[in-house]
Ligand binder design. Sequence first.
Ligand SMILES: Cc1ncc(C[n+]2csc(CCOP(=O)(O)OP(=O)(O)O)c2C)c(N)n1
Ligand SMILES: [Mg+2]
Length: 1025
Amino acid sequence: MVWFRIGSSVAKLAIRRTLSQSRCGSYATRTRVLPCQTRCFHSTILKSKAESAAPVPRPVPLSKLTDSFLDGTSSVYLEELQRAWEADPNSVDESWDNFFRNFVGQASTSPGISGQTIQESMRLLLLVRAYQVNGHMKAKLDPLGLEKREIPEDLTPGLYGFTEADLDREFFLGVWRMSGFLSENRPVQTLRSILSRLEQAYCGTIGYEYMHIADRDKCNWLRDKIETPTPRQYNSERRMVIYDRLTWSTQFENFLATKWTTAKRFGLEGAESLIPGMKEMFDRSADLGVENIVIGMPHRGRLNVLGNVVRKPLRQIFSEFSGGTRPVDEVGLYTGTGDVKYHLGTSYDRPTRGGKHLHLSLVANPSHLEAVDPVVIGKTRAKQYYTKDENRTKNMGILIHGDGSFAGQGVVYETLHLSALPNYCTGGTVHIVVNNQVAFTTDPREGRSSQYCTDVAKALSAPIFHVNADDIEAVVHACELAAEWRQTFHSDVVVDLVCYRRFGHNEIDEPSFTQPKMYKVIRSHPSSLQIYQEKLLQSGQVTQEDIDKIQKKVSSILNEEYEASKDYIPQKRDWLASHWTGFKSPEQISRIRNTGVKPEILKNVGKAISTFPENFKPHRGVKRVYEQRAQMIESGEGIDWGLGEALAFATLVVEGNHVRLSGQDVERGTFSHRHSVLHDQETGEEYCPLDHLIKNQDPEMFTVSNSSLSEFGVLGFELGYSMENPNSLVIWEAQFGDFANGAQVMFDQFISSGEAKWLRQTGLVVLLPHGYDGQGPEHSSGRLERFLQMSDDNPYVIPEMDPTLRKQIQECNWQVVNVTTPANYFHVLRRQIHRDFRKPLIVMAPKNLLRHKQCVSNLSEFDDVKGHPGFDKQGTRFKRLIKDQSGHSDLEEGIRRLVLCSGKVYYELDEERKKSETKDVAICRVEQLCPFPYDLIQRELKRYPNAEIVWCQEEPMNMGGYQYIALRLCTAMKALQRGNFNDIKYVGRLPSAATATGFYQLHVKEQTDLVKKALQPDPITPVIP
Ligand SMILES: Cc1ncc(C[n+]2csc(CCOP(=O)(O)OP(=O)(O)O)c2C)c(N)n1
Ligand SMILES: [Mg+2]
């Protein structure tokens, strides 16, 4: 036999074991795996003397132990030692005496064994361990049989000295405190049966990878499931359910293929077993307490999952295929742009096999593979918060991946890395990789450097079950096991469904251009359904009649649904989930509400957020900040940015809203301005004043959390979180605004266009520190221009601006603001919640304004008292534009220039104006750039009828607000006959490739020049000379 190619010269020594009753003290030299939190892998520790009755072993002479375990010298040495020990236990070193006594003491419980030497036992243990570690390398995973893998040598029994002569000898394995093969309660078996069961368990159609997991209990749990005494068997009833589900999956694709021959559907052919696998996984999860499942998945098989797993009505899916998606009873209402059918999301309740009910939500996603992953996880976490699912066992996330994208897309790793973080953990995600061994046209050898496409998950200690998708029962088993793992250990698990793609990347592609050999095999390869059918018939448990019945039933339902789809009329838009009932769609007017807060509430929460327990000892500097805050509240003056923000959070929380702020270093604040979590300098204890606003406040009601160093993953997570329930202010803050482009897909594909494509709202707030302080190209710009360029308001049309009829924000895809006062920041955050719709908010957040003497507000600007500075005609609200602060009247004919600007440059302009004692220049701040405040801009244009109109910005001309503002300002001016594009004067930096200079002196010069120019006595030269 091949596996005996390495013979052993080790002599066979028969030991007649003496029964040793005494087990105590026999574990002195056992290996223990440290608990996972130490993150050590297989560290060996010795028990202390106190813990064990056995003597501490003394060192053995090095010369004798430097021999490798398997070479003859050490084996013979061991055997000699053993013989000597048997003759006289005192003749060997105390440590060896101890060792032999332990070993014989264990093995002696199996009187039937004869001739098992210590070396053989040890080698057998190594062999079993080799199967546990590397058995998957020999597993038959590829349904096409094309896979060429070298079988690791350590799976060869001959390597351990076993020969054919040993096959029918009996061996006892249970010497270690282990489960499965090595558990102590296993019977004595012949080597032949041990090997055959090892092969069945580890080298069949499931390859288990779990030995990278450091936690011994978890490994033992898996061994118990994998190394069962006999192979798993499903009864005939269960088999019929599996067969039925596989039939649905297969026929669904066939049906679409025959009805819509040229339509792209990214079919599941070759991976049909995904559907029964998912269903069985869901059933098992429901049995174990799961009530809600959030699903994220790419194009491949999505329609099949929608129809057969989520149970979206088939007639609706067919109707969408025929192009009829617009609800007829809602003509004229907002439908957005829509999206292709294999991107749409949905949610349904489905009954399970065990008689329970599961709520399933499939999250809409763009083409960008894997981008939806963190969104799903964030949504799952939010569901856990809102359902008080503290153990995280009722709400679960499932992610389906492709093999190419799982290995290739970095967001996968970013998402996996959120899995165990306290404020991002969801109690485990089940990942299924539809591994069809090709990515579009790219072979795995060109697409990844790792052996398996799933190797990335090993970094997170997730078990990975590779399964041959042609063995449907193995698929079901792996999927059930994954569900059990998740509910037991509350951590991620991966099922790698090794399958193939029967057709091209989509139905119109020709796969043989690039994979000729593979497709030659595929053409004659039977489907999973045919294979299973054959197996069932052969088992005799099922008759042809049973099979025909199921086939006929499925086919007739598909046909009935198809007929019904012809007259299918969508009743209502699948608009908003239940939490969102009553929220307005863009065509419904939402009354503008005030955001001022009663003065006594402001005082009360103000006090609560600026104090900490008496015996708490924060850092001196932080203590000072808190004392200053308390003073600001007391005096009602000089409220700075940090306190303004904390007041917004606190007032929202006391009104019953959930507030969550996450991002890198947000707890302290990158610029050391927030200090939302205090650290006792002696005990290290933490205290977050915003957690103590109301009696028995849920500790998560206000959440501030430093995140992992990820933009794409964390922003996606917060987006998903924000979409679950509208009564939450969810904020992601970038460290510096420019880092946001690491999450560009989130902005382009989800945040700016999600509502238009998928009719899903979010009130997510994104804080992007922005401003030119001379910190170089990478820390100056939040790339305001990009967000403005993605805004969808028409630059040439002034929408209805009457306050009672205005829907401008509702109709726009998002809001972009650059706010300049703490009070206005307070109101813009509160406005996110105090309205009947939700819209993303992009904030160019300040840096040096955080400590700027002028950038402060009085408490009276936060309250709702008539006559106070924040209170205008309607009440206290966010100011989209802040007019000149010089006390100008409604008509100022003597003003020669109106400078419009946004952000911190205002303070520099104002300072220069004071310094130069300029009286005839007005400076207005455009606080909300998008949607453009036409009404307020026109009000200012009218106020200064003779003024030259200037847009001043600190960004280069090809960046900042200029391009966006100029078009809309021009539209506003034209409507008032105040000139055209060339009448808008530009003051700012010249066009530039980099956002800013790296030379500080140059920065200062540029900044001074532009500020001076905005106030220069001479008219400013037009942009177009
Ligand atoms: C981020 C991203 N890059 C590229 C593509 C284009 N694309 C669509 S499908 C595909 C292949 C995906 O391969 P795999 O993940 O193995 O899934 P499969 O189609 O094989 O199921 C590619 C490259 C994409 N959709 N998203
Ligand atoms: Mg693939």
